[in-house]
Design a protein around this ligand. Structure first.
Ligand code: KG4
Ligand code: ZN
Length: 350
C-alpha cells in the first residue's frame, strides 16, 4: 500500500510518500520558522495561511520525487490532532478532498502517534513492547507501548512540556525562536559545574514531570547574574553556563525517570521521540543509562524527530492496512489524548 502523508498541525508543512513494501520513497518539508521568529512564537493564523500556500506545491514535489503519479496512491493520511485547529483543518481538508477525488481511503492520524512511530522508519526499528519518552513542544509523556494503539500513560508533565521549557529559556537568553536547538548549541560553550539547577520531582516516587520551577530557577539565576554584572548585560559565557546547567538538569531528570520507567515495567527497550529527542546531550545521557541497565535505546534520525510528513504517512499506512478509515465528517481534534486511541484495527471502518 502506497500512502501520501500530510502534516500541518503546527508550523511545519510536511509531506511524504510511504510504501508498505518499499519503505519511505520521498519526503518534503517547509518550515515556517522564519515567518514566526519575529513574533517569538507561532502565530496560528499565519501558520494556517502558509500551510494553504505550501501544501499543494509540496505534494506535487514529493509525488514527483517518489516517482508516483496520484493514480498510484492507495491511501491518504493527514494529521487530525492534537495541534492548532486552523492549521489542522488545512491538511485535513486537502487530504479528504484528494482521497474523495481519487476514490481512496483517508485516515486522520494522531500527531503524537506519528512521533512515537517515527523510529520505525530507521533501518533497525525497535520491537514492541517498549517504554517511550515523548518529548515535543507541546507534550512530555512516558508511555508503555505494547503495540500500535496500545498505549498506557506512565507519567507526564504537570505543567510545561520539555520543548516549551527549552523555548522559554531560549527567550530568556535572548535566543531566536525556536529556542530548543539554540539553547543546546549555546550549552556546548557552557562550563560544567558552575551552576547547579534542581532536577524537578526526582526525589519523590512516580513518573510525572514538572518544568515550570526549573524555568523560574533559570530566570532568577539570570537576574542574579545581571545585577552582579550591572551595568553591562549578562555575558555570553554566563549565558552559556546557564544554558548548560539548564540542559543538564533536564537531561538528568529524564535519565532518572526513564530508568525508573524501565525498572517499573521490567522492559528493556527505550524509545525517545518528538522534537527534543533530537537533543544530543539527551541521547548521550540516555545511551549511557540504558547500557548500565542492559537495555537498548532507539530514536529517529534528527529530521524525523521534529515535525515531518514521513511519520504521518507511516502511522497512517499501518492503520489503513488494518482496515481503518476516518468517518465522513471532517473532524480535527485540537486536544486528543494519546491513550484514547484504539488498538490497531479495532476502530471499525465508517
Ligand atoms: O515535535 P516538535 O517538532 O513539535 C511539536 O510537536 O511540538 O517539537 C518541537 C520542539 C520545540 O520546542 C523545539 O525547541 C524542540 O522541540 N527541539 C529541541 C531540539 N530540537 C528541537 N529541544 C532541545 N534540543 C534540540 N536539539
Ligand atoms: Zn510534533
Amino acid at each position: 500500500m502506497r500512502v501520501l502523508g500530510i502534516e500541518t498541525s503546527c508550523d511545519e508543512t510536511g509531506v511524504a510518500v510511504y510504501d508498505s513494501a518499499d519503505g519511505l520513497l520521498a519526503d518534503r518539508l517547509f518550515s515556517q520558522v522564519d515567518i514566526h521568529a519575529r513574533f517569538g512564537g507561532v502565530v496560528p493564523e499565519l501558520a494556517s495561511r502558509d500551510h494553504i500556500r505550501k501544501a499543494l506545491p509540496l505534494i506535487h514535489e514529493v509525488l514527483q520525487a517518489a516517482n508516483t503519479p496520484l493514480s498510484a496512491i492507495d491511501g491518504i493520511a493527514y494529521t487530525a490532532g492534537p495541534g492548532l485547529v486552523g492549521a489542522l483543518l488545512v491538511g485535513a481538508s486537502i487530504g479528504r478532498a484528494l482521497g474523495m477525488s481519487l476514490g481512496v481511503p483517508t485516515i486522520g492520524v494522531h500527531h503524537m502517534e506519528g512521533h512515537l512511530l517515527a523510529p520505525m522508519l530507521e533501518a533497525q526499528p525497535p520491537e514492541f513492547p517498549f517504554v517511550a519518552l515523548l518529548v515535543s513542544g507541546g507534550h512530555t509523556q512516558l508511555v508503555r507501548v505494547d503495540g500500535i494503539g496500545r498505549y498506557s500513560l506512565l507519567g507526564e508533565s504537570l505543567d510545561d512540556a520539555a520543548g516549551e521549557a527549552f523555548d522559554k529559556v531560549g527567550k530568556m537568553l535572548d535566543l531566536e525562536y525556536p529556542g530548543g536547538p539554540r539553547v543546546a548549541a549555546l550549552a556546548l560553550e557552557g562550563r560544567p559545574g558552575l551552576y547547579q539547577f534542581p532536577r524537578p520531582m526526582t526525589n519523590r516516587p512516580g513518573l510525572d514531570f514538572s518544568f515550570s520551577g526549573l524555568k523560574t530557577f533559570v530566570r532568577n539565576t539570570l537576574a542574579a547574574a545581571a545585577s552582579a554584572a550591572a551595568p553591562e548585560a549578562v555575558s555570553r559565557q554566563d549565558k552559556a553556563d546557564i544554558a548548560f546547567a539548564f540542559e543538564d538538569a533536564v537531561v538528568q531528570t529524564f535519565i532518572i525517570k526513564c530508568r525508573r520507567a524501565l525498572q517499573q515495567t521490567g522492559l528493556n527497550t527505550l524509545v525517545i521521540a518528538g522534537g527534543v529527542s533530537a537533543n544530543l546531550a539527551l541521547r548521550a545521557g540516555l545511551q549511557t543509562m540504558v547500557e548500565k541497565e542492559r537495555a537498548q535505546l532507539f530514536y529517529a534520525q534528527p529530521r524525523f524527530c521534529t515535525d515531518n510528513g514521513a511519520m504521518i504517512a507511516y502511522a497512517g499506512c499501518q492503520r489503513l492496512l488494518a482496515g481503518e478509515t476516518d468517518s465522513l465528517a471532517l473532524d480535527v481534534k485540537p486536544r486528543w489524548p494519546l491513550s484514547s486511541l484504539p488498538p490497531l484495527g479495532q476502530s471499525a471502518p465508517q
